[in-house]
Write a protein that binds this ligand. Structure first.
Ligand code: ADP
Ligand code: MG
Length: 705
């Protein structure tokens, strides 16, 4: 279904047009103000003529087919008009009124009828229960608020919002950025958020996409669209509300218990390289940062301030935002001091007030920071306000001029930052906008937004971890028949085939066999376990006996395991007993994947064993993993310091753990169609140089669809 008639209509029929204050009248006035050069067709049986245009009694009476019909009538009168629009061959419609799926069973039935008519006739419907579509680039609108000043509406942001009031809020201030589209999607009876998103990704004028989301109806298409946007370097900024935990079906593994997390959506956004924000302040600032014709290439900033106090504030806030402010190198510093006077601290933030002329000083300060190869972007702090009662407000333009000049001589991103949110000078912003420069406001919001966009830019360039599966993978294990889960010994064989480090071990059927294997193949001490597809957690049934030191102990352990399998009524399911190398002197971590009902496999990593379920202290990622994810997950886990060798203890083999996590992530991603859950719990990480061992593994295959 093409959305063109809806998003960029050439003719707009207004059903329920009126000269009384109403949506119908607002639309006509907006279209005139925007200078819409297509056809505007009022429909209302009460008038022969409206706003100097011929007015028709009904859609049926129109002499030509309109691209879009705007339904400025109550929900009760929608069906009749929609049927006429279908007969006429209209390709787009907007229904503003509520009274549909959001209102009880009758409403749902009405909406279903609306959907049916539109699908059959190929009508792209916006809404119902929405505010319409504004397209300032084509000067068209079916957006129900009246356009009062069109001068700054046009821009490069494509906004899709499931809430109308967010559109109102975002459109209330267009000083820093305008829009290609503002789309209020409403109940999405026909056209959904993802459909709109697809269009905006493909549209060249839209440079950045803003999404306000309450719920995602088709998660698979949604993430595919995010991938497309990332592939063409278009930032998608997402504000998602209503993140309560979701329910989940049966859970077998430890990792399984972690799904349904509200964190899942955030991780999905991250791994599909969208920018997530959690309030409107950040939403706005991130969109503002994206207005720059150059985006920040990294998280190292050079900042120019007008005072030492400001400089200290910036230092504190920047650090909290994850930005770094590299010191000014000696040569550059000496040169700066020659012009500006003595600098304090590291020379970054650079307090440019100094001696003499502020013009010379600020321009020189900007050039100095730009000259530092360690800086990825340059920020000028200055406060300017339209109605400033004090000082010399006209200087706002001087400061803007400094940064415009500086940016023109540089390839780095440059920003103006006000120290308080919302305090801005329109004249200054206009000048910056003309030159493709972005302004942010509020030190925390502004620096935070720069950090987020810089982080996104880094992520955009990161490499996905992928490798082919060796040895037939999980499917090979299921060749002989379905299995509800795959026990430790078999699971590890598959992992070992991928080059992952598993314990040395052998499955045996008799105690005499065990004695031989323990002595000749593995070496004491050993661990003896019973393995079964039907026992997910062996130690709950006493089926793991560690630190078996000699033959006598092994024979005793064997008897104990036999008794316990009988007690667990599991003996007929036991595939055998496992004689396994005992791994000691290491630290236990776990890694696992689990299937989120909407977004597919999620990867979890944490320290310790069962405690994770209680503490929920684990790092989460959506698959596929990217380069750097493994290190970041380890670093993001509480207790990471233990692994790195805290308190004078020797460090553990992080390198081998990273390799293991990456191999596991790549394997799980490659096998995603065959897997429901995998638990590697524990992986024991040995001291540096000695590697790590997967000590226990459980694979739950995906039930055939
Ligand atoms: P479960 O099915 O109960 O998770 P595991 O195989 O993970 O069984 O064993 C339970 C615990 O016993 C592990 O968390 C670990 O602490 C210890 N353990 C198991 N196998 C070994 C081994 N080969 N070396 C050292 N410790 C082990
Ligand atoms: Mg275990």
């Amino acid at each position: 279904m093409s959305l063109e008639a809806l998003l960029a209509p050439r003719s707009i029929a207004i059903l329920g047009a009126s000269d009384r204050p109403s949506i119908g009248r607002a639309l006509v006035e907006s279209l005139d103000r925007l200078g819409f050069d297509g056809e505007v067709i009022p429909i209302n049986p009460k008038y022969p003529e409206l706003f100097g245009r011929r007015c028709y009694p009904a859609v049926d009476d129109l002499p030509r087919t309109p691209d879009v019909v705007a339904f400025c009538v109550s929900y009760a009168r929608v069906l009749d008009g929609l049927k006429q629009a279908a007969r006429k061959g209209a390709r787009g419609a907007v229904i503003y009124d509520g009274g549909f799926a959001e209102r009880g069973d009758d409403g749902k039935a009405l909406q279903a009828e609306v959907t049916g008519i539109c699908r059959e006739a190929g009508i792209a419907l916006n809404g119902p229960n929405c505010m319409g579509v504004l397209n300032p680039v084509r000067n068209s609108t079916t957006y129900m608020q009246e356009v009062r000043d069109e001068s700054r509406l046009r821009g490069s942001v494509g906004l899709i919002s499931q809430s109308g009031s967010i559109c109102i809020g975002m459109l209330a201030d267009v000083r820093r950025f305008g829009y290609t589209h503002v789309i209020s999607s409403g109940n999405e009876a026909v056209v959904t958020l993802v459909d709109y998103l697809d269009e905006l990704i493909a549209e060249p004028e839209t440079k950045v996409i803003a999404l306000f989301i309450e719920s995602v109806r088709d998660p698979e298409r949604f993430v595919a669209a995010l991938d497309r946007a990332a592939d063409c370097g278009k930032p998608v900024v997402v504000l998602k509300v209503g993140r309560s935990a979701r329910t989940r079906s049966a859970i077998t593994s430890h990792t399984g218990g972690l799904a349904g997390e509200s964190r899942v959506f955030s991780e999905v956004l991250r791994s599909h390289r969208a920018i997530e924000v959690d309030d409107l302040d950040t939403f706005t600032e991130v969109l503002a940062v994206c207005q720059g014709s150059v985006l920040p290439a990294g998280e190292r900033l050079g900042v120019v301030t007008a005072s030492g106090g400001q400089a200290e504030l910036i230092l504190d806030v920047a650090e909290q935002c994850g930005l770094s402010l590299p010191a000014l190198p000696d040569g550059i510093r000496a040169d700066a001091e020659r012009v500006i006077g003595p600098l304090t601290g590291d020379g970054n933030p650079l307090d440019a007030w100094g001696n003499g002329d502020f013009r010379t000083n600020f321009s020189h300060a900007l050039a100095s920071l730009d000259a530092n190869p360690q800086c990825d972007a340059v920020v000028l702090c200055t406060d300017a306000f339209d109605d400033n009662p004090m000082g010399r407000p006209e200087r706002a333009l001087d400061y803007a001029g400094f940064i415009v000049d500086a940016a023109q001589k540089s390839r780095k991103a440059h920003f103006v930052m006000g120290m308080r949110p919302g305090i801005m000078s329109t004249a200054q912003l206009d000048l910056l906008r003309q030159h493709g420069l972005a302004a942010v406001g509020g030190s925390r919001q502004g620096l935070g937004a720069i950090a987020q966009v810089a982080n996104w830019a880094t992520l955009l360039a990161s490499i996905m971890l992928a490798r082919p599966v060796a040895g037939g993978g999980v499917a090979a294990l299921l060749a002989a028949g379905k299995r509800a889960s795959i026990h430790e010994a078999d699971a590890k064989k598959v992992l070992a085939a991928q080059g992952m480090p598993v314990t040395r071990e052998a499955v045996v059927q008799t105690v005499d066999e065990a004695v031989v294997v323990a002595k000749e193949a593995i070496g004491y001490p050993i661990v003896l376990k019973a393995v079964s597809d039907h026992i997910a957690h062996k130690s709950e049934h006493g089926l793991v006996i560690v630190d078996v030191r000699d033959e006598a102990a092994l024979r005793e352990a064997w008897r104990a395991l036999e008794d316990r399998t009988r007690a667990a009524a599991a003996s007929e399911h036991v595939a055998g007993f496992l004689v396994q190398e005992m791994v000691s002197g290491g630290i236990e971590v776990f890694a696992g994947v689990t299937r989120d009902p909407d977004f597919g496999l999620m990867f979890a990593f944490g320290l310790g064993g069962v405690a994770i379920e209680v503490l929920k202290e684990f790092a989460l990622r959506a698959l596929p993993l990217r380069q750097g994810d493994a290190q970041a997950m380890i670093a993001g886990t509480k207790g990471a310091a233990l692994l790195a060798g805290a308190r004078a203890r020797e460090p553990y083999d992080l390198e081998s753990l990273v390799a293991c996590i990456e191999a596991f992530g790549a394997f799980a991603y490659a096998e995603r169609e065959h897997i429901e859950e995998i638990d590697l719990n524990p992986i024991i990480v040995l001291p540096a140089g000695r590697g790590c061992r997967i000590v226990d593994a459980l694979i739950v295959p995906r039930p055939a669809a």
